[in-house]
Design a protein around this ligand. Structure first.
Ligand SMILES: [Zn+2]
Length: 410
């Protein structure tokens, strides 16, 4: 099985110290390009005046490209400056048409999110994209939530517009968040944004160092780019930050949001992210390899096959499932196995119930088949379900498992 050389899924371990659980910082499966240890995106909002006149020329000195979340009316005031910014390779994002925030900000009372609808939000976001493209010739794929607010309406009528951002854009960035983005886990429509305004480099450095330790993506966010002032990312700080980020010894990949998001998405397609399995419209549970958690010394998720490759007797795969109705479920397995490895025992177990069987022949490792292998009585609620070898074996493999499908009986 020489083709199974792709990313290895390493299990995470938790450390319990005096009653405190310290979670693992980041999935061990995520790798940055060229041996980099972390990523940074410099982002700035509102198309403030100082960005085009002072901030962008400074970034250009270092050959560093930022992401600028624009409000079209502000771009219009400095059109030439923003056209130059596009020509120098900076990313232009969408920051809405009228910058609506909660009406708790008095300046936003006339355009309060509490009075918005999703339809209105959709049409304004689309119009913003249209205006930016007309002025600058680029179509935004990145969005930043004004004030970091993600809702429309109020009380029981409140709705999130995160799904809309997820539909219209590659990413959505928040504001005043307290942690960097975990590339292996993040929801692209909710990238965290950490503030650079009013900070010295010495205050940013510990955040960078912590993010590097756990291989995270730090999306920094600011407003004005000047020597001093309110809501201002100071140029002196920015200079130090650029120098630090450019030093190859620091292992930093600094690039616009769309560039890093594109890389993260591509890598994410090749690793599996354990996720709770819920029923589809027909009440069926699809326990795909992509949603399972592999444990054991040799198990590997193989993106090319969307399956777990099964090597040793100590390997297993576990899913978290939510069963809405207790009852007997038909168990269907989608697998492949070399003829000479077929026939070993497997066990599927949850709580006190289990199903045992022998892995049938599929006609070779590259030939996946789907077959009913029995039934299992499931209890209602969230539970773990595990698939493992049912016998010890010293060499060879059990099977490659793509998914287990649990269908409710009649
Ligand atoms: Zn803003």
């Amino acid at each position: 099985m020489a083709y199974k050389h792709l990313l290895r899924h390493l299990s995470l371990s938790c450390l319990a110290v005096v009653g405190l659980i310290i979670p693992p910082a980041v999935s061990q499966t995520f790798k940055w390009p060229d041996g980099k240890k972390m990523a940074i995106s410099l982002t700035f909002d509102d198309a403030r005046g100082s960005q085009a006149t002072a901030g962008i020329p400074l970034l250009n000195e270092y050959g560093i490209k930022g992401t600028f979340y624009l409000v079209p009316s502000a771009v219009r005031k400095q059109l030439e400056g923003w056209q130059k910014a596009v020509a120098s390779g900076h990313e232009m994002g969408n920051h809405s048409l009228h910058h609506p925030c909660s009406g708790n900000f008095v300046w936003s009372r006339e355009k309060a999110l509490e009075t918005y609808t999703l339809d209105q939000m959709r049409s304004e976001l689309t119009e913003t994209n249209r205006q930016i493209q007309a002025m600058l010739g680029v179509m935004p794929v990145s969005y930043a939530y004004p004030c970091g607010h993600t809702f429309v309406g109020r009380g029981r009528g409140t709705q999130s517009f995160i799904p809309l951002i997820s539909e219209l854009f590659m990413t959505g960035r928040g504001w005043l968040d307290e942690a960097p983005v975990d590339p292996a886990y993040c929801d692209f429509a909710q990238l965290t944004g950490m503030e650079t305004d009013g900070k010295d480099f010495e205050q940013i450095l510990p955040i960078i160092e912590a993010a590097r330790k756990s291989g995270q993506w730090l999306v920094l966010a600011g407003h004005e780019m000047a020597d001093s002032g309110p809501q201002t990312t100071r140029l002196a700080m920015l200079r130090k930050l650029c120098e630090y980020a450019k030093d190859p010894n620091n292992g930093i990949w600094i690039a616009p949001v769309n560039e890093i998001a594109g890389y993260v998405k591509a890598v994410r397609d090749t690793i599996n992210i354990p996720e709770m399995v819920v029923t589809d419209a027909k009440g069926i549970l699809h326990l795909t390899a992509e949603k399972g958690k592999g444990t054991g010394p040799q198990i590997q998720y193989m993106p090319k096959w969307k399956a777990f490759g099964w090597f040793g007797a100590a390997d297993a795969v576990e899913w978290e499932i939510e069963v809405p109705r207790a009852g007997v479920y038909e168990v269907r397995m989608e697998w492949s196995v070399d003829d000479k490895e077929a026939g070993k025992a497997f066990v599927l177990e949850t709580g006190k119930v289990s199903l045992s069987g022998k892995v049938p022949r599929s006609g070779g490792w590259e030939n996946f088949q789907s077959k009913s292998v029995g039934t299992l009585r499931l209890a209602t609620g969230v539970q773990k379900i595990k698939f493992r070898p049912g016998q010890a074996f010293a060499s060879g493999a059990l099977l490659d498992l793509r998914q287990i499908v649990l269908s409710p009986g009649h």
